[in-house]
Design a protein around this ligand. Structure first.
Ligand code: C5P
Length: 276
């Protein structure tokens, strides 16, 4: 049996949800200006590091097979950090994959951000989060937010961040994905380009996810997920990111777990967790 890694060699990659997401404008660079409130869950992937002479990544866990071949964002994050720190990217990483892929939960972004935090520690860099977030933006629009993994108001592509007190810590949440992978780019492309107004981060409960309608065009089952969750006594039901994962917030864990039980048998993926 392999010995349990030291706590310092292990990092949680919390799943990201967008409590709300307003689209404002398509930009000339193909990206979209948006306004969002990021939140993170106790549920996520785990990244482990061990000393090595080269950079490697092993995938384990229930969703390891769902991670496509090619250059994983974790490896890119390791190389970007090593370059910025002027040192070789030598480490053996193991990613325990639980967050569904192409699901609106920022799985790849969370993994990349966890790699930055973990390697900052094991390589003895001691960089502040702001410095890690600054090099994270090139890895993806959601990666800076995932570096902090704290409730944040985001704007620009999602990389302009401001901490907010959303008052959600410990809130029970149920994540539900109908096992339909939805790629982010195509969902943005289906948006009707109608600006439906700014997001006031303090009023995220009354806000929207403007990507829900375009995502539902590509994956109509999202409408069914939202409808089923709305009938479970949740205080709020909304799609996260570009979908297809939807989240439901509950007043207590009993209601959340009852809802999880009630939707079992549909073949959907779910995770009952709490917000950080
Ligand atoms: O930055 P990331 O690689 O996560 O984004 C994936 C895709 O999502 C982009 O290529 C783009 O098509 C779309 N996107 C966007 N506007 C944003 C964020 C993402 O159009 N603010």
């Amino acid at each position: 049996m392999t010995p349990a890694p030291l706590p310092g060699d292990r990092e949680l990659a919390p799943a990201k949800i967008n409590l709300a997401l307003h689209l404002r404008r398509r930009r000339d660079d193909g990206y979209h200006d948006l306004e969002t409130v990021f939140a993170f869950t106790a549920f996520g992937d785990t990244l482990t590091a061990a000393p090595a002479d080269e950079l490697t990544l092993a995938l384990i866990g229930p969703l390891a097979a769902a991670v496509g071949p090619g250059d994983n964002l974790v490896l890119r994050a390791a190389r970007v950090l090593a370059d910025a720190a002027g040192r070789p990217a030598t480490v053996a990483l193991t990613l325990d994959k639980h967050i569904p892929v192409a699901a609106g939960l920022g799985g790849g972004s969370a993994d990349a951000a966890a790699a930055l935090r973990l390697l900052d520690r094991v390589w003895g860099l001691g960089w502040p989060r702001d410095r890690l977030a600054a090099i994270a933006a090139d890895l993806g629009a959601d990666v800076p937010a995932c570096v902090y993994s704290a409730t944040m108001a985001g704007s620009g592509r999602g990389e302009v961040l401001r901490p907010i007190a959303a008052g959600v810590a410990g809130l029970p949440v149920l994540l539900v994905n109908p096992r339909v992978a939805v790629s982010t780019g195509p969902v943005f492309a289906v948006w009707d380009r109608i600006d439906r107004g700014a997001l006031d981060p303090a009023n995220w409960r009354e806000a929207r996810n403007d990507l829900a309608a375009p995502a539902t065009v590509l994956a109509p089952v999202i409408g069914e997920v939202l409808g089923v969750l709305a009938a479970t006594g949740a205080t709020l039901v909304r799609m996260s990111g570009s979908g297809a994962t939807c989240f439901a917030l509950y007043a207590d864990v009993g209601e959340r777990d009852a809802a999880d039980l009630a939707i079992a048998g549909r073949g959907w993926w779910s995770a009952a967790t709490t917000l950080l």
